[in-house]
Design a protein around this ligand. Structure first.
Ligand code: NAG
Length: 323
């Protein structure tokens, strides 16, 4: 590609992360596997909560929100990998690229917000347990969820507005599998200092650090409350109710910290890692929530049991009907 500035970019070319063609198939298969597991895990959570009335609690409603979010964000980021592999078409039109940047930033900031809402739910459940049903009424939960989705949306708008106005690019080749704010900013040949500042304020401060602080404060109160419980069974029981959420939160923030710890001169591994983050976290969430969780496990057992009863009945009646 020429180094001349392109003032009218109508499309970008996604070059992928790996230059080694031998690894393309392996890369594709890995992404496909991750995507299928994400799809399976998150739809299972959605179905379980929808079908099992024991799981109709604020925590599981928020978990459903998280599953919907995980499904959307992985589809938005990874779908082009499949298109590129199957059809070889690695062109993304400018508007599609912008749409991808927009949805990806919205969903990422939403994830932090939803996990913060969930940590508030855990705070109320443990520190204000007597008033739990009063404080976490379904209307309050719905309002919290709506706030998360709309505040996440609101946060991404300024960055999008500025990115939209960038008209001059040094190249239209993106060495990644999806469009991303930082990648586009690096390609831009106009002054990006406002954008950088906005990304810092919006991306780091508002959508990552503030949720982290709020979650941290919730857990501070949760842990001090748990420590004050006299009986050890009571203590472990209380801790148990927030362990899944704590694990998911830790996974998310740890992956963010790791991403920043990788030095930026190893740009390729940084990109691989960011892809890993966007693909792995949504895949692991449903498993973390269900593996050590008695509620989810017994819901699975109940559903499997009723399912086998239905199948059994079908088989028996089918056999009886035929004879
Ligand atoms: C999201 O959470 C809210 C509040 O608990 C709930 O009313 C809503 O049904 C959830 N949405 C989905 C798609 O799970």
């Amino acid at each position: 590609m020429t180094m001349a500035n392109i003032t009218m970019v109508t499309y970008f070319i996604l070059k992928g992360i790996l230059d080694i063609p031998e690894l393309q198939v392996l890369f594709f298969l890995l992404v496909l596997l991750t995507y299928l597991i994400t799809l399976g895990g998150n739809t299972t959570i959605l179905l379980l909560v929808w079908l099992d009335s024991h799981l109709h609690t604020p925590m599981y409603f928020f978990l459903c929100n998280l599953s919907v979010l995980n499904l959307c964000s992985t589809t938005v980021t990874l779908h082009k990998v499949f298109v590129m592999f199957v059809t070889g078409d690695n062109v993304v039109y400018y508007t599609d690229c912008m749409a991808q940047v927009f949805l990806f930033s919205w969903f990422s900031s939403n994830e932090f917000l939803l996990l913060t809402a969930m940590s508030y739910d855990r705070y109320v459940a443990i520190c204000r347990s007597l008033h739990y049903s009063n404080l976490m009424k379904s209307r309050v939960c719905a309002a919290l969820a709506i706030f998360c989705w709309s505040f996440g949306l609101l946060q991404t708008l300024p960055v999008m507005a500025i990115l939209w106005q960038v008209s001059c690019y040094t190249s239209n080749i993106i060495k990644h599998v999806f469009c991303d704010t930082v990648l586009l900013m690096n390609l831009s040949c106009s002054d990006t200092s406002t954008l950088e500042l906005l990304i810092l304020i919006e991306g780091a401060l508002l959508s990552t650090f503030t949720p982290f602080l709020l979650t941290f404060i919730s857990y501070y109160f949760i842990i001090t409350t748990i420590m004050r419980i006299k009986s050890s069974t009571g203590r472990s029981k209380a801790f148990y109710t927030c362990s899944s959420h704590l694990a998911v939160v830790t996974l998310l923030y740890a992956s963010i910290v790791c991403q920043y710890l990788i030095p930026s001169n190893t740009f390729k591994s940084k990109k691989l890692f960011s892809l890993l983050n966007t693909a792995l976290v949504p895949m692991l969430n449903p498993f973390i929530y269900s593996l050590k969780n008695k509620d989810v496990k017994s819901a699975v057992q109940r559903k499997l049991k009723s399912f086998t009863i239905i199948i059994g009945r079908e088989v028996i009646f089918g056999v009886v009907g035929r004879t």
